[in-house]
Design a protein around this ligand. Structure first.
Ligand code: BTN
Length: 194
């Protein structure tokens, strides 16, 4: 009886440690992706970058709680002025700059990804298509909409105008979502997560 309790406790601690370690690794991955320079876009001062792969990964591999933690640590470093954003920028001002909406969406994306999962039939959820759908909706569509919403406020342009510009990210972000869903499936198996 007592041993059973201790065993349960130990498993719980191990789980927490494992999730925290993987969260830190995904934060590091997000930082590393920032070493790849962004591709400037026409019309809007928002580049095509790789760092949102780290955010998609956080949501898909870690779930809402630890995924948010991983992204929050990254954004905290950025806000403190560490040059962790692609092109080596950082500082609290980025959150009220043109890309601010996207950055706020980065923090919310792990929650949205896992919220979408709640609405998917369990049959779809268990396969990689379920991962793809949730990562795509939460990590690409939601993110690009949210970013566009802030852009329209920032530049005083109609939401539709900002939306059309942000739509240009969808093809690239779709490829990132596919990559995330495929790699996350293998990673979860290796690290025995959830
Ligand atoms: C920054 O470095 O200040 C943030 C850049 C945000 C870029 C957004 S993330 C979603 C969309 N997909 C991209 O490839 N770029 C934009």
């Amino acid at each position: 009886e007592r041993q059973e309790e201790e065993f349960k406790m130990e498993r719980k601690v191990q789980g927490t440690v494992r999730m925290t370690v993987v969260a830190a690794m995904i934060t590091a991955l997000t930082i590393a992706m920032g070493l790849v320079p962004g591709i400037p876009m026409i019309l809007i001062p928002v580049p095509i970058i790789l760092q949102n792969i780290g955010v998609m990964f956080a949501g898909e591999v870690l779930g809402a709680k630890y995924g948010t933690l991983s992204v929050a640590v990254f954004l905290l470093l950025a806000s403190l002025g560490f040059p962790v954003l692609s092109g080596g920028h950082g500082g609290a001002a980025v959150f009220v700059g043109p890309t601010g909406g996207y950055l706020v969406a980065w923090l919310l994306a792990p929650m949205v990804i896992n919220l979408v999962k709640k609405f998917l039939p369990s049959k779809i959820n268990s396969g990689w298509i379920g991962s793809l759908v949730s990562v795509w909706l939460g990590g690409a569509v939601f993110m690009d909409l949210f970013g566009a919403f802030w852009l329209s406020i920032f530049f005083h342009v109609p939401f539709v105008t900002a939306m059309v510009s942000s739509l240009m990210f969808i093809p690239g972000d779709t490829i990132k979502a596919i990559l995330t869903a495929l790699v996350a499936k293998r990673l979860k198996k290796i690290v025995h997560l959830r």
